[in-house]
Design a protein around this ligand. Structure first.
Ligand SMILES: Nc1ncnc2c1ncn2[C@@H]1O[C@H](COP(=O)(O)OP(=O)(O)OP(=O)(O)O)[C@@H](O)[C@H]1O
Length: 358
């Protein structure tokens, strides 16, 4: 296991039609930790993983494993293990599939046996199927075999690119907790890419959020959620994302059209430096809703269910609708009046160019 340092990496695909996939990315992935990479489709997540693995040479910039500059090393020399969305099962027995990386490195037979036994135990692969052909295995078993093959040798880095995406929900939960257990046990530096933010936020210790080829925030999961650096992260993290209400700074309050938000003296000072117009941000689950009282009044325009939660879309002034998420049913219908309380400690304020100020 190693610390991975990405320094000023830019990657451009194509000669005639150019696509800039990464723009001057610098980031450090600490030794032995599991780090998530989140971002919308096409933001450059897979390109970054391929560059770290040595499958792609960056157009510009360097990659370091500890103090070694590995930019010109091939994937084998880097000793990186990878698991992708569509697991590869070789046309051989389950045992041979798992033992493959050890056999090509000419490990002694007893050592191979010992390691295969260890990983099948951790992953819950039954001994009975070791001699069956892996091609016939169902998708969840094939993915377990792919993970087993990745961890059976002492790789420097484990790269997981959407490893659970094609699995049944129950198997996803099982394999997710096994992955966490494995990374904690063998302390391998792991990068985990997924579209599923809930999956990444529960597995990873720290998460890098990407957008348009850049890292926009790299923090502990609770900080990303509570203190998004900008409006993009506030909206991207969360389900649904953060609400934004545009407002204007007056003497010592924000005029949010439907209501006024009283500011503390230090907030007034910080906002004055940044201009006149802002966006007040609040997460749907932090809004307290009531049929009888609250500081902000609105009209329910849509009621929908999201799993066990209720989402109320509430119009607080013409063209301004926010979403409140609650796990209690209030027995309100579309068209009803509703009242909201916005807890001070949960309110964030962003400049018009999207950066968080308060
Ligand atoms: N081989 C390629 N040739 C040209 N453009 C490419 C190639 N691979 C990726 N791209 C482009 O580079 C950008 C980043 O792609 P990348 O696959 O790294 O994003 P991603 O965040 O992994 O997306 P997804 O979540 O959809 O897999 C996208 O605009 C994509 O279309």
């Amino acid at each position: 296991m190693v610390e991975i340092r990405v320094e000023n990496v830019t990657h451009i695909y194509g000669d005639k039609i150019k696509t800039v996939a990464l723009r001057d990315v610098s980031i450090v992935f600490p030794n032995g930790k599991i780090i998530g990479i989140l971002g919308p489709s096409g933001c450059g997540k897979t390109t970054l993983l391929k560059i770290i693995a040595g499958l792609l040479k960056p157009t510009k910039g360097r990659i370091y494993f500890d103090n070694n500059d590995v930019t010109d090393w091939d994937p084998i020399k880097r000793n990186v293990a990878m698991v992708f969305q569509f697991p590869v099962a070789y046309d051989m027995t389950v045992y041979d599939n798992i033992a493959f990386p050890l056999k090509i490195r000419r490990y002694p037979k007893e050592e191979i046996d010992r390691r295969v036994k260890e990983v099948i135990e951790v992953l819950g692969i039954s001994k009975e199927i070791l001699n069956t052909n892996a091609r016939g295995a169902d998708p969840s078993l094939r993915q377990k075999i792919a993970v087993a093959r990745a961890i059976v040798r002492e790789a420097n880095v484990l790269l997981l690119d959407e490893p659970l995406t094609n699995l049944e929900p129950l198997v996803r939960v099982e394999l997710k907790s096994k992955l966490k257990e494995i990374v904690q046990k063998i302390k391998i530096t792991t990068l985990y890419v997924s579209h599923d933010q809930a999956e990444v936020l529960t597995l990873a210790e720290k998460v890098a959020v990407m957008n348009e080829g850049r890292i926009v925030q790299y923090d502990d999961t609770s900080i990303l959620y509570e203190y998004p650096k900008n409006k993009f992260v506030g909206y991207f993290i969360g389900n649904p994302g953060m609400n934004y209400i545009s407002c204007v700074l007056e003497e010592d309050f924000l005029d949010c059209k439907g209501f006024r938000y009283k500011l503390m003296p230090n907030e007034v000072e910080a906002l004055r430096k940044a201009g006149k117009e802002f966006d007040l941000g609040i997460r749907p689950e932090h809004i307290k809703v009531s049929r009888d009282y609250g500081e902000v009044e609105g009209k329910v325009v849509v009621v929908e269910k999201l799993g066990t939660a209720m989402l109320y879309h509430i119009e607080i002034s013409p063209n301004v609708t926010i979403i409140a998420k609650t796990y209690m049913s209030l027995n309100v219908r579309e068209g009803d009046r509703i009242y909201m309380t916005l807890p001070r400690e949960k309110i964030r304020i962003f400049s018009k160019d999207g950066e968080r100020i308060v």
